[in-house]
Design a protein around this ligand. Structure first.
Ligand SMILES: [Zn+2]
Length: 320
């Protein structure tokens, strides 16, 4: 094949650019973007806390300053009731791309998925979008089909087929957003089957909420990042938790009987750097309002101090 110094130099320059664009196995290099940086908040629970709008406004102000590519909330946001309109308007003041994930509590009171979607302005219960050269898959973990009592936490066969087809054809690096984690028994019931799919198709990371915990778990080459609630940790129906809550705290936060509130809202700026195959999390640390959960009767066995904390940790982890 004929070659000249100029064309070889041009070829090497192009190869270098492509090679730097993505260091993850199985991903097609995309020179358009080698990293994506976004703001994520989850489990705000506007219907539980008294200061949901203020927590959300603080998040948006920080994201404007951070100049993130987009924002996302990972569910347990608010029910689609008229009283939550002002809260939603805070979210809508964001002028850039913004994405919703459905959480189990968003249906509290018997709301149907189409009502929640219409209130939020969601295109569908599960969908995909592109950002920074990467493909994001938003899942709905609230489908019927599981065996557990209480809230539905399952991903049905039609959604799995949609996910597999999308992962197979995606050109860029792949990221999943879902409310219930795929890597915990309290998360998606068929999480193992979904994880196998993500591993088979080289998904870089899966971000979730729901547990109100703070951890990162690397499983089968996929980074499972559990993002803490913006607002609180739930203590459960423990009588001891009620009895030991200081009266002044109870008076100031009457809805927080079985809840350990975080003084400041939590959120994270997440960078997925595909060129370096690295996940970076810039989190936030706060303090408990009132005594810590264990002093209020929450057993450490059910509320492990290693992951139950009023913080989202800063992290840096290798991907792939
Ligand atoms: Zn939840």
């Amino acid at each position: 094949m004929p070659s000249s110094p100029l064309s070889r130099r041009a070829f090497l320059g192009r190869a270098t650019a492509l090679g730097l664009a993505c260091a993850l196995p199985g991903c097609v290099p995309n020179p358009a973007g080698s990293r994506v940086r976004f703001g994520v908040i989850t489990d705000v629970h506007q219907d539980v806390v008294a200061d949901g709008p203020e927590r959300l406004a603080a998040f948006l102000a920080a994201m404007r300053a951070a100049e993130v590519d987009f924002i996302a909330q990972l569910g347990d946001f608010c029910v689609p009731h008229a009283r939550n309109r002002a809260f939603l308007e805070v979210w809508r003041s964001w002028t850039g791309p913004a994405y919703h994930v459905l959480g189990n509590h968003d249906f509290d009171g018997g709301y149907r998925p189409e009502q929640v979607r219409a209130f939020y302005g969601m295109p569908a219960s599960y969908y995909r979008f592109a950002a920074g050269g990467a493909d994001f898959f938003v899942l709905d973990g609230n489908e019927p089909g599981g065996k557990a009592k209480g809230y539905k936490r399952f991903i049905g066969s039609a959604q799995l087929a949609w996910l597999e087809a999308g992962l197979r054809t995606a050109q860029g690096p792949k990221v999943v957003l879902v409310h219930q984690p795929l890597d915990d028994p309290q998360g998606v019931e068929n999480g193992a089957a979904v994880r196998a799919l993500l591993e088979r198709h080289g998904v870089a990371a899966c971000l979730s909420g729901h547990l109100h915990q703070d951890y990162l778990r690397l499983l089968g080459g996929v980074a499972h990042l559990q993002l803490n609630s913006a607002s609180y940790h739930w203590l459960g129906e423990s009588a001891a938790a009620r009895e030991t809550l200081a009266p002044e705290v109870h008076r100031a936060h009457p809805s927080l009987r079985n809840v350990a509130l975080y003084r400041d809202p939590l959120w994270a700026v997440v960078t997925i750097d595909f060129a370096r195959a690295e996940l970076r999390v810039e989190g936030r640390a706060s303090t408990w309002i009132g005594p810590e959960p264990w002093a209020r009767g929450a057993p450490a066995a059910n509320h492990p101090p290693a992951v139950v904390r009023p913080a989202i940790s800063d992290r840096r982890a290798a991907l792939g």
